[in-house]
Write a protein that binds this ligand. Structure first.
Ligand code: PLP
Length: 388
């Protein structure tokens, strides 16, 4: 059977084989330590679960408006208005089935064949594939440890052509954990305004920050840039709600309207009672978010210290999210070879950097217990030692 050409350009996930192997080894009874997960290892806070259960009991089980429950859209608009300092209203917001859905729907709404989308690398692995599925052309801009894996205004300017439609910015970043400073964002915003391109700011990790790092949306850094900025975020990471599938996108109401049209003919509204959980999340209390952040902060400290004590590998200190992006280039196996051997020999699962655009790195998630981190980093040390 002939599949559509658009699918042919999207490769199998390089992480799939490794996670399948890790699962099979675990099923055989092996003590596999999993550092590949991209989700908090906490349960959704109880008051959020209770709100969704109550909504079910109250019969909130029917179709709702495609763009989301009006109350949820209003709450998101209100919280963004406070955070960004620009007036957002409900019509600037669409509630989606997760941050991933927000981004892919945005691409479908604005990208046409021939349009270029600038993506700094290392990147979250779905960005280029979403662009391709929307018939666009991903323009990958490599960055390295010298700029803490952040795109500079010069690099952005050089990448812009008359075909550029969109620039994808992700802070805090998956996979590197880097957080752009206000000055860095201001300088990027200047280029965005001068060139007239759109920017989508993926802020899904905005509440998971360390050592006093502050989140600032690029939308807030220049008097004009908010008109060209789409903010993508969601509930998965900060509220431990990955399986609920709840995200949102905020920005220009024409774009939100276009996405709503697509959504109304594809998924329709996000699960109605799940949206009541999101309403409870936004209405608070927020101490659950802080409790999880503090647990990540402690794990980050331990993992960073242990990692940096291992000769032959290196890592730039992350200030957000829950990942460390480790340079394993000196070991000479390539990222897939490294992760396969690490899994086979030390029963430790990590994600190859190839998935994020850089083959000399691996990504370790610290959304796992301190005990696992201590045991895992010992295994990693032994693995690397044997190869230097
Ligand atoms: N953006 C980034 C950078 C992510 O890491 C993820 C999930 O891993 C998402 C978006 C999508 O999140 P979700 O679709 O679960 O809301």
């Amino acid at each position: 059977m002939k599949l559509a050409a658009r699918v042919e350009q999207v490769p199998q996930s390089v992480t799939l084989a490794i996670s399948a192997k890790a699962k099979a080894m675990k099923a055989e009874g092996l003590d596999v330590l999993n550092f590949s997960v991209g989700e908090p290892d906490f349960d959704t806070p109880q008051h959020i679960v209770a709100a969704a259960k109550k909504a079910l009991d109250e019969g909130k089980t029917r179709y709702g408006p495609a763009a989301g429950e009006p109350k949820l859209r209003e709450l998101i608009a209100r919280s963004l208005t406070q955070e960004v300092g620009i007036n957002y209203s409900a019509e600037n917001i669409i509630v989606t089935n997760g941050g991933k859905h927000s981004l892919s729907e945005l691409m479908m709404a604005i990208i046409e064949a021939g349009d270029e989308v600038i993506i700094p690398s290392p990147y979250w692995l779905s960005y280029p594939e979403m662009v391709k599925l929307a018939d666009g052309t991903p323009v990958i801009v490599p960055t390295d440890a010298a700029t803490e894996y952040k795109i500079t205004p010069e690099l952005l300017r050089q990448a812009i052509t008359p075909k550029t439609k969109l620039f994808v910015l992700n802070s805090p970043s998956n996979p590197t954990g880097m957080v752009y400073t206000p000055d860095e964002l201001k300088a990027l915003a200047q280029v965005v305004v001068e060139s007239g391109i759109l920017v989508v700011s993926d802020e899904i990790y905005s509440q998971i920050l360390y050592d006093g790092a502050q989140h600032l949306s690029i939308a807030a850094t220049h008097p004009e840039v908010h008109k060209q900025t789409l903010i993508s975020s969601g509930f998965a990471k900060s509220f431990a709600m990955t399986g609920w599938r709840l995200g949102y996108l905020a920005g220009d109401k024409t774009i939100i309207g276009a996405m709503t049209r697509i959504q109304s003919h594809s998924t329709s509204n996000v699960c109605t009672f799940a949206q009541y959980g999101a309403i409870a999340a936004l209405e608070g209390p927020l101490d659950c978010v802080e409790t999880m952040r503090q647990a990540f902060a402690e794990r980050r400290k331990v993992m960073y210290e242990l990692l940096n004590a291992i000769p032959g590998i290196s890592c730039v200190k992350p200030y957000g999210a829950f990942y460390m992006y480790v340079n394993i280039g000196k070991i000479g196996l390539g990222s897939v070879g490294f992760c396969n051997a690490l899994l086979e020999e030390k029963q430790m699962a990590a994600v190859p950097g190839l998935a994020f655009g850089t083959d000399d790195h691996i990504r370790l998630s610290y959304a796992t217990s301190l005990k696992n981190i201590e045991t895992g980093l010992k295994r990693l040390e032994e693995f690397v030692e044997g190869r230097l």
